[in-house]
Each structure stands twice: as C-alpha cells, then as structure tokens.
Design a binder for this molecule. Sequence first.
Ligand code: BGC
Ligand code: NOJ
Length: 819
Amino acid sequence: MRYGHFDDERREYVITRPDTPLPWINYLGSEDYIALLSNTAGGYSFFRDARLRRLIRYRYNNAPLDVGGRFLYVRDDDTGDYWNPGWQPMQRELDAYTCRHGLGYTVIAGSRGGIRAETTYLVPPGQTLEVWRTRVTNDRLTAARVSLFGAVEFCLWDAQDDATNFQRNLSTGEVLVEDGVVYHLTEYRERRDHFAWFACSAPVAGLDTSREAFLGAYRGWDRPLAVERGTLGGSVAHGWQPVGALQVTLALEPGESREVTFTLGYTENPAGHKFDPPGSGRPDTTRARAVIDRYRRAGQVDDDVEELRAAWEERLATLQVASGNPHVDRMVNTWNPYQCMVTFNLSRSASMFESGIGRGMGFRDSNQDLLGFVHMVPERARERILDTAATQLPDGGAYHQYQPLTKRGNDAVGSGFNDDPAWLVVAIAAYLKETGDLSILDEPVQWDNAEGSETPLHDHLRRCISFTLDRLGPHGLPLIGRADWNDCLNLNVFSEHPGDSFQTAPNRPGGVAESVFIAGLFVLAAREAEAVARMRGDEIEATRCRDAAASMTTAIEAHGWDGAWYRRAYDHVGQPVGSAENDEGQIFIEPQGLMAMAGVGLEDGRTRTAIASVRERLATPHGIVVQQPAYATYHLELGEISSYPPGYKENAGVFCHTNPWLMIGEAITGNAEGALDYYLRINPSAREAISDVHRCEPYVYAQMIAGRDAPTHGEAKNSWLTGTAAWNMVAISQWILGIRPEHDGLRVEPVVPASWTGFRATRQFRGTTYDIGVVRASRGDPLTAGSVEVVVDGRPIEGTLIPLPVPGTPRVRIEVVLG
Ligand code: BGC
Ligand code: NOJ
C-alpha cells in the first residue's frame, strides 16, 4: 500500500494522505538553521545545535504522534469553522490534501469548504530563519471572510532543560511585542546574545504570546480557544510557556488568492549591540527587523525557491544516471545524495528517532558519511576531515563523539571504540581520490584540540595506523575496546546494572577481546594509507603500512576463519563470537563483505564462500540481518547486542548500513545479479509499494528493518540519519554502476545484471564531465562474458581506469562495452 508517489521530474515525493504510518519528514536548511518538518507540518527547528539552541518545542513519544510544529489554522469567519491545512493537530477532515517534499523545501496544501491554503516551507539559503509562505484561495462562488492564524510554541533554548527543569524555567520565559512581531527573549537578559522571533508579512489583526491565553486552560493545540473565538487577546507571556500566535484577516472575492508569509527566525547580536539603547533591557532588534522586512516583500520566497533549486541541480549534476530502473535512478539521482547531505549536516543528532539531545557528531559516523557526499561538496568534506582529525587523541585514538557547536571531543563518552581511527583513514583516502588535493595532507591539525599541538594531517594518518598496531590481542587481532562498528558488541564491559551504559561503563580489567571486523577494516585502511604514503614519496611509511596489512591478513587467515565464513570476534576469555561453535550468533554479516573490500580472502576463495554463507543464512526478502541465530536472552559477556528483543537492531535486525558491504562484496566477486538484488531489497523506493509494512519514508533509507525473528519483520525504524545513506551511495554508484574515483583517474567498471542492456551516466570528476554510455554487446556469449571494454573519446584503452585528461578538459566521452 502506498501513501503517495514520486514526482521524479520535480524531484519531489508527493504524499496524498496525511495519516502516513509515521511522520514522513523533510529537512529544511543545510548549515546554521535547520528545520525538521513532517508531512503535517510537525517538527522543530534549531540553530546549529539541536539541544542547545532549539527554537520551538516538539514532544517525542507522544500520543497522538507528531505533536509540536508549525501551527496554521484557517478559520471561516462567516461560519466559525476552523481547520489545519496540514491536517494536524486538529485532524479535521480535508477535501483535498497533498504534501510535496522537495529538496530543501516542502509544500503542504489542504482545502476544506471551498477555501484552499497552500504553504511553501523553506529555510532561505545562507539565512537563519524559516519561511512559511501561505497562499489562501477562495474557490467558492461567493465572497469569503477568512482568518489565518500562525503559531509556534517556543522552546526555552536548551531542549533538555526545557523538558526537565521546570522549577526554574516556568519563571524565565520572556517576550517582547513590537510592530506585530513576537520576539522570544528568554535568558536574553543574562548571558544569551540571541533571540528568536515570529513575524508575518501582513498587518496582524491580533496576537497572543501566552500559551494559556491562546489555547485556553486545559485545552490543546487541537482546539485553541482564541481561534475558536476568532480573536486573539494580545496576551504577553511572563514565565510559563511563551508562544507566538498571529492572526491575519482576509476578505476574498470568488477565485481570489492572497499570500501571507510567516517567518520564524533566529538573530544573534554582535558584542556591543545587545541592547538598544545600550544598557537598557530592550534588545537591539535592528538586525532582526532587516530580515523581517525583507520577507514582508512579495517575491522574495520565489527567488529563494529558485536559488535552492539551482543549487541542488548543480550539486546533483556531479552524478546522474539513466538506467531504466526507476528505483536505481531516483535514488542515485536525487534522494540518496539528498539523504547523504542531511546526514553530513546532522550526523545522528535530530530526527524522529534522535531527540537532538543525546548524540553529538560520531567520529566513525562522520567519516563514513563523508563517503556519500565528498563528490558533491569537496570543500566541505575537506573542512570536515580537518575538524574531525583535530579531535583525535595523541595516541591516535579518537573521542567517539564530538560536539557540533564547539567541535571538541565529548568527554562524557570518551574514547576506546577501537575501530574509530581507521575510519578517518578511509575518509581521507576517499577525499584524495575524489579531488586529488594532496595539499590537505600538509595541513597542520591539532591533537585533542590543544593549541600548539598541530602536526600535519599525514601524521594523523600515521597515528591512526599505529593505534591499531599498538593494541593487538592474544591472536594478533586488534583489541575491540568498548565496541567496534557494532556499538552493541561490548565484549569487555559486562554491564550488570540497569541504566548503566553498555559502552562506557567501566570495562572489566584486562580487556583482551579482539575484533576480526577491525582486523579487516585495518587491512583496508592500511592499504589506503600505503597508497597515500607512496604518493607523498614516504617509502618508509608505505612499507610499514604494507607490512602491517600483510601481517594482519596472516592473523585473519590463522584466527579469523571459521570454516565457511569469517568469525566476528574473540570475547574476554578468548572464546570465538560468530562461529559455528556458538549456539547463537554463529555468523555475523559485518566481516563477510568487508573482507572483500579489504582484498582479504579473494585469492583463496574464502570470501566467496563467506558471501555464499551470508546468502544462505542471513538474507531475507527485507534485507540481510546482522547475525543468526538471534540472541534469545541477555548475555553479560556480549553486552547490548543481546539486550534487544530478537530481530531488532543489532540483535539480528536488518541493519541496513551493513548491507552495502555485501553488495560490494558480491560485485567484487563478480556476482552482478546478487549485488543488485541486495540493493533492491532495502532500496526505499523499491519498498514503496509495501509502505504499510515498511512504515518509514519511501524516499530515504532507514537504519534498521526488523529482522525475521521479529513479529514485525519488514518494519523500518530510524530513518534518515544513518550510515546506510553513504554506503548505499558508494555501493550502487562505485561498485554496481562501477563509476569509481581512484587516485589516478576515474574507473568505469560496471557490474550490472545480464538483463541490463546498458545505461547512461554523467559524472563530474576533477573539473571534467564524463559522459558515460554503457552497452551490453554479445549477450550470453561465453567467450566475452564478463569482459569490459572501455573507449575514451573514440580510442580504446587498456583496462578500465580512464587516465586523467589534460587539466581544463571540459568533457570526455566514455563508451563501455560489456561482454
Ligand atoms: C544502538 C546502536 C547505536 C548506539 C549508540 C545503541 O543503543 O543500538 O545502533 O550505535 O546505541 O550509542
Ligand atoms: C549506529 C551508530 O551511529 C554507528 O556508529 C554504529 O556503527 C551502528 N549504530 C552499529 O552499531
């Protein structure tokens, strides 16, 4: 069952009924001001940090779902009927409803009783406000008198404090009302130099700033007294819950439309400009007013929409494909890169599943997210690498998280997730392959953000490699620490008390648990580091990395192989995890695909066997589960993984992040059918038709789909902020379509099913546009099966790596013939 459809032409997903199984959201804004916006206009907004600078309230975990957001009420002033064009919070039946989620904007339209309201929501590029531009149309044959009410409930900035510290915060709320604008001033009197405001382009007929006055005692947003009455009372909030509620009255002739723009903004005043006049308690509103005035002018919003569209077209032009498979095309061309940008901007901080309070920027997460967007915004990738590396600890280890506002490591979580540093190597390698910008390696970068501690980035790379080598366990495999990629495999922690962190509770002394996964990842990283050292002419480092990769490979061969797949780990007492010797958790997905990526086990055929074992034991129609059999009970010696009911999350859920590793593994071992098959199993568009089962948005990946042990098998959770986005982008674009940046040029080596007659693609790479045409020649001819011939500007080349053209070459034409 579907709740809408893709409009590929406009790069929009069109939702045609408001009661989607879960809020289906979009993100507005990409730098400072970010808004989460659901298909019923729910959600919240913040300036840079979802916890510390939250502008409006949102109530997670509520009934009904999706409480809090951008409240718009249309009131027929002749009959008193009132309703929300986005359906929520009143849920009054609408005669028509659509929500178009586009790239950085959303348009929600609803109509009832012959009045239509269509609102475009967006965050103008480079600005710190959100705009709701509403067009109200009278579709009746008679004149109509209509009131439009816009309202927000302010969050008192720190979302955690706002939801907990009532003894204080019920007394701190303050507003200023001036010229029809509501300024939200809580804590501005003391240390804050920022405030929020809510304004409107039309003269306001009335306003309220006290929630109780607007809603009425014991009433909710679903039946605000002031809207019911049709007039706002001009309340001024002192403490309690400050809101901004504005009323505009419109007299509409038959067929007439009027536009009203509401703006919710954030303004920071520079030092010396806090109060006007200086020393008074009155905030200086000059800067805010300039923005408010700009959005009181008609036309500004259309210009912004155009600018957004143009920016996205330019960004997306880096890779476009026409394969004929709609699920491939729309994900590769639009939605997957879009999701990659959102995960890049937000890491794992704010979504319908991440409250914006708990998690900073993950070290491993940020490095992997980079793989999905480096081709679109290389300069921001560069900055991200330098920021992330500056949080690195002098021993090469990493804080597991860092804070987005300060960009400093998070002491509360600390370090000891021993896979973290290796991901920095992978990210740097990806950046270099995309851009060829070796200068980044010489950038001075701090250690643990300490002034004066700078050494060149290549030294950070070196210490990433040393970090693992300095921490080898009894089998010569890397020590796992608190956890590796699988945050829930806590083999040294032995967490016994409810509420204790599974990861950061004190580790049992002598933590010798080892990770076969990190071993594979290390080989991958060491190979990348070797290539980088070689390009820098550092033969000593190149040799060290080569030897380290070789000896780690030997350790994997000796202790990582279980007979038909790679083991996952060795626990605290040296027992294997992910082995046929275990009763549960016999085979894990993570190492199987990763070994192929690292080039381990390709020659002796083990990787092929491992990949076949995955298909036999872990693959379900809804994707590949993490492990089997699921853990039925809690295992102290394993940790959080066994805390989840079977089939969820790391305990045998389909953890979508890992599935692309198998797609890549299948592609590397030449199984084109297998690779695409896995790709389509978790592809959100391919799952659109089962939206009632999948339940999350059909246009973005979810972190998890419930596995076969769960009664809800096939149900997705944790959509949007997941490494799944980046890795699927890598799998489909680089390994299946086979368009892969390398240090010495672009490789084009598609591994697509025999049923594909070909595809076309354009890829911008280091300043040149590659027009790529792939055709299948002699289908089924055993003599040429599997061969790939590449012709560059009419000349056949040896192999599949296209040498870099003369700098400045605008276009290169590539023809690829698949046997
Ligand atoms: C989740 C993991 C996540 C971790 C972060 C766990 O509860 O299952 O997916 O990585 O929390 O700390
Ligand atoms: C989500 C976390 O953000 C990521 O870092 C981790 O690798 C996966 N969960 C698996 O545990």
